[in-house]
Design a protein. Sequence first.
Length: 725
Amino acid sequence: MNKYIIHGGRPLMGEVTISGAKNAAVAIIPAALLVDGVCRIENIPQISDVTLLFSILEELGARVRVLNRHTVEIDSRHVHSTQPSFELVRRIRASYYLLGALLGRFGKATVAMPGGCNFGVRPIDQHVKGFRAMGAEVTEGNLVQAVAKGGRLTGAAVYLDMVSVGATMNIMMAAALAEGTTTIENAAKEPHIVDLANFLNSMGADIKGAGTDSIRIRGVEKLNGGTYCIIPDQIEAGTYMAAVAAAGGRLLIRNVIPKHMDCISAKLTEMGVTVEEEDDTLLVSRSGPLQRTNVKTQPYPGFPTDMQPQIAVVLSLAQGTSLVTEGVYGANRFKYMDELRRMGGQVQVAQCIGRGDREKAHGFAQAAVQLSAAMGIAYAVLCLIFVNQMVGFFRLEDAEAQAAALAYTKIACGLIVFSFLTLTLTGLYTAQGDSKTPFMANLIGLVTNMILDPVLILGPGPFPKLGVPGAAIATVTAQFIVMSIMIICVIKQKKENVLKGTHLLTKIPAPYLNGICRIGIPTAIQGMAYCIISMVLTRMVSAFGAEAVATQRVGGQIESVSWNTADGFASALNAFTAQNYGAGKMNRVRKGYHASLWTVGIWGLIITLVFVFAPNTIATIFFHEPKAITIAVGYLIIIGFSEGFMCIELTTIGALSGLGMTRLCSIISIIFTGSRIPLAIFLKNTSLGLHGIWWAFSSTSIIKGIIFVCVFFWVTRKQTYETTM
């Protein structure tokens, strides 16, 4: 059949009978080569792999007699070859079972590497490890050649480095006729492993412990013929269950073992599907909406990897956002997602889920640091080129104020580069669940700044009195220390090799660049828009003649460009990096948010208390003109109330971005940021005068902070962050 034509949109009704397990059949049929007699196998599934295996067995010399659609007799007494056809073997993925069966009975085998479905590599290193432990000499290549010393394998203890279904079954077959006892530790426990053991035992083998992580096989001289019925297919039954979950309806599924279906039934029940069990049937129905859940594929008794595509399709129809993590094969299992998107599914694949994909995460981290550094340098260069025009925007008539503004602005340009790198690294740390390192680094930087500020501003003893430029130098120095600490920690702890091979001349791979720019550029533009609005407000302040206040704010605007833009960029990095680390992302975002919220909340409270209760002290450090001091005091008191909310706002933006809600954050920020100028103009023309501008700035910050926190907790109430492990 070349294609299926499906007319959907209708609930499924009726009943189906499940055929034999494919994963059991493709092992039991090769295992028939171990039997010195006629074995009758019932409940054979009608699939192409089974037909190919029959052809391979006949080519080797076995006699295959098909009694009906689901029953076959295999006589392996006349097998004359131990090298199956290369062309036939390359067409199925389970061909390596021929290796264990032929090696176990004849002491030698030559089999091509497996083919079949292309959803990921299927290494046979654990199979080879078991064969070698039992005394076989194995040569690997396009063909795998195995020869037992003395013509017969010898029992041995085999410990699998990882849980492998194929290796467990292959070693079990090879050991059935080996001399002595073989034990397999860390064995897989899937139902089809138990089924293979039951088949071999029914033919005369001595296998105990199948279905546990320790299997003992005592080798026997020969296996005799017999009759065996293959278990029902867990994946076929699960697929029908998923179909009912997706389309709705009521379906009776016959010929199942309900115990084998528990891992699937449990997830469907979480989603609102009703599953009723009887002896060998399941009644599956759904009438209400599907609920979100998280799924991670694992070896049995976990959720089966072969059910991952089916459950992902069902989850694409559920309310809310679900997370599917492939814990067995890796990202190649998500190739079908492109077709699902074409059908309207809102799905996104995090390319670093699964084994062997950390290299991609490293590449993303390198691209992030490179791009943020490049943007920081670009901003710094532009600021230095246009520094006179930027300062001139404020129309400062006082020559001393003009000179101070230029000095402060030039120094602040150096801060921009450090700000970008520091915030980028903070985002990368937080996305990996580590908020402690950036917190401690920033705390050290804060203490450094507090010590350097009075030294460089007031110049006690031998130190020169630098005033406002001294404050800028102190800030740059502290920021450099923070960045250095985090880079040293990255190198020392080798945190995903964030900086490995990173330099500005390295070519950034297009997928990483596209991913960063898709969210990074809009947030950067948002930060720039915020700074422009703040600059307009500051110019309105300078119109009142408070040149000193405007002077202080000039450097603040330039610094604000870096901090706001970099913060948006760090949020984007946080989002992408968190998604790229797969399982546990949601939990990390929640924990990181709570830690950050407490940190910035305490910091904001300290700033508020200082600004509210000691405004005169702060104002007199920077200003000497009485009118400027008065205006600065009023400004500091109002800003003190908004500082904590601004910190909380930025923290919450980072957390929500980590959950893929950057667009919502941008909309909220743009609405309230855009309202500042009209609100400031309105309040300025009231009895508040100049103070109306500051109240416009502060009130929007406070409201935004409250709204962002409410949105975050609304999201946490609606979604479950714990991923299924």
